[in-house]
Design a protein. Structure first.
Length: 316
């Protein structure tokens, strides 16, 4: 096992996360596969996709993580003749990964799939841990599954074509890992927020993958509460994504706002150390992420969305 690989163990086996050159990742795609990607990723990296493999390119953006898009991917697989011996290769950001992963979990009761995350957010977070889902108007990730991939290939070179807003968006999850698990990471980011060209980037991506792996291995199915730590900022963040209609506020942006709001609430409730919210706010601002959104004014809508959050526990 080379040091450029991290193994994620789960109840049905394990999968490697390999840090590789994008072309090497493409060369390791088995012949009997199909690729699901989005139009932006295809435009930037499609020339390196294996020529003989069927490709489905979906419209980019959160609105593609829908039941309607799910249905159209399934129809395409069926008409392309994909069977259980085939595997689905998801090349793209978290939208492509979550959607194609959920299709893989359910098409013919499950076909193997591989993640090739091309956004920062997907590399540090969504491609790791086996959670796959689509959104519905009622709730973010309301329909989904726990379905681990066969393998994950991370090529940091793909980040070179990622638009700046989406780089910054992914950094929200990086700060999150720092705040919940790694004071050294926070110190590093507070010294100077990470930019796309930063030489520290690869090491930071790897660190985030290690941290997430550690947590998901301890609570694969979100049952013991361990995994809930990864949801810092997400109760408010997911509600904001839902109430604003999936898209205007990117996931990481919503999480950034959510971390600030949740830290403020934590301080008011007396469960969070005083000064935390101010420190989180400073970090978020330094990265160029939002700390507020006008959607926060619609408190009733947000609360309604939060009641449908999968983490809700009521002691009847
Ligand atoms: N499954 C999980 O555990 C998990 C964890 C965190 C987030 N998520 C989900 O991930 C989603 C967000 O992921 P995202 O931020 O990657 O969104 P995304 O998939 O929409 O990608 C962001 C944008 O960047 C473009 N893009 C991606 N890679 C590119 C590249 N290399 N070059 C040029 N353009 C590129 C995409 O086309 C898109 O426009 C949300 O739906 C969120 O809920 C899931
Ligand atoms: Zn997230």
């Amino acid at each position: 096992v080379s040091s450029s690989q991290i193994t994620v163990n789960h109840s049905a086996g394990s999968y490697p996360i390999e840090f590789v050159d994008f072309e090497a990742a493409m060369n390791s795609i088995p012949a009997h596969s199909v690729i699901v990607t989005d139009e932006n990723v295809q435009a930037a990296w499609g020339s390196l996709f294996p020529a003989s493999i069927p490709i489905l390119s979906i419209p980019p953006g959160e609105s593609s993580k829908s039941l309607a898009r799910f249905a159209s991917v399934v129809e395409w697989l069926a008409s392309t003749g994909v069977d259980r011996q085939s595997s689905i290769v998801a090349i793209g950001g978290g939208v492509v990964g979550d959607l194609a992963g959920f299709v893989a979990a359910t098409y013919m009761r499950g076909v193997p799939y591989t993640q090739v995350p091309t956004s920062l957010l997907a590399q540090v977070d969504s491609s790791v841990g086996g959670k796959v889902a689509v959104d519905t108007p009622e709730g973010k990730n309301l329909v989904g599954a726990f379905y681990p991939p066969q393998s994950v290939f991370i090529s940091s070179q793909t980040l070179a074509t990622l638009p700046e807003r989406h780089f910054t968006n992914g950094m929200a999850e990086v700060w999150k890992y720092g705040y919940i698990l790694d004071a050294d990471l926070v110190a590093l980011l507070e010294e100077a927020p990470l930019q796309a060209s930063d030489e520290r980037l690869e090491a930071v991506v790897r660190r985030c993958v290690e941290l997430k792996t550690e947590i998901v291995e301890q609570d694969e199915f979100d049952r013991t509460g361990k995994r809930a730590i990864l949801n810092f900022g997400h109760t408010v963040g997911h509600a904001l994504e839902q109430t604003t209609g999936y898209g205007p506020v990117l996931h990481g942006e919503a999480v950034a706002v959510g971390m600030v709001v949740e830290a403020v609430l934590g301080e008011r409730m007396g469960v969070t150390q005083a000064g935390t919210a101010e420190r989180v706010k400073r970090g978020i601002v330094s990265q160029g992420l939002p700390t507020w959104h006008e959607g926060l004014d619609s408190v009733d809508d947000l609360l309604k969305a939060m009641w449908r959050d999968k983490k809700v526990q009521v002691n009847w």
